[in-house]
Design a protein around this ligand. Sequence first.
Ligand code: GLA
Length: 375
Amino acid sequence: MIVKKPPMGWNTWNTFGEKINEQIVKESTDAFVELGLKDYGYEYIVIDDCWSERTRDAVTDRIVADHIKFPNGMKAVGDYIHSKGLKFGMYSCTGVRTCADYPGSFDHEYLDAETFAEWGVDFLKYDNCYKPKTADCQLLYHRMGIALENCGRDILYSACNWGTEDVWTWIRSTGAHMYRSTGDIFDSFQSYKDIAMSQVNKFGYSAENCYNDIDMLTVGMNGSGNVGRGGCTDAEYRQQFVLWCMYCAPLMLGCDIRSISAESKALVTNRELIAIDQDEANRPPIWQHHPWNENLKVAFKHLANGEYAIAFYNFSDNDAGIPAMFELFGIPSNSGYKLALTDVFTGEKIGEFKDYINVKVATHDVKLYKAKLVK
Ligand code: GLA
């Protein structure tokens, strides 16, 4: 299975944690359809940890669905998701137990892949807790990779070892289509900012068929739910979403989409932003760091159509002017070129600029421009 764009969808973990059940998944699937998310490229509904019984079936050794949370079994959930034209994601783990202490797939990889295929699973998030010290992390990801490739169904393989063991250097070889590169996100400015900044020099490894995954988005959570921690302002959610899109990171929503605000919905369905995320050139941005204020950053990205995207991030606690020197992006003064800038959020034509620009950005906010080279 070849995955040509950063995957997009929704995952239960950020909002619901272990409080998941069939009704929540069905309601969220319905909300997904009502919001029209599929039209924007979102397609996976992923059930994270805590969906199974605490022990495997004594006779078959298979993982079984929690009979209270999912009384009709997982295939029925998958059938419902498929009946709405969407794809069905599930979760397991390299270790003997999952991170929340349910059965893991260690030494059961082939059996579990077969089970997932029987249930109609299209996406597997594969976590990394509780593996025996004698077991090699890379080998365990290979094992599940091969098990999935041979289970008789196309299943997108989403590895999740949180960036340990220099994952970017070997994960593509395991068959994984995306790989978590950081610890867990929480719904706060500090959390998404630290996560995004930890990957400034790591996105060169992220490309077609194996994408750096910086975790599910918290956009729209507003501090509630399983990973809610004070929440973010709308400006901060804007900043978060632009960070993810400028990286071409997978876009997995994590808020309660049944009650997403109009503001957050508009953000996660902004076609211009999604196009930057899904840009087929999939180039990482280069960064311009302010000489003395580490909280002011500019990211510059080449797009497939010959244009550029430039994001001005203000991580400081004050409104600020953020300078960008075009020379440092490879456009020196003697090239004779200017940049014609358009604001991606408002569509406003900002004008043509030579050599540099200084952009005013409110605290914890972002400005995002598309740029064309003009004489
Ligand atoms: C780990 C992962 C999270 C989530 C939980 C579930 O912490 O990184 O994304 O899947 O496990 O227990």
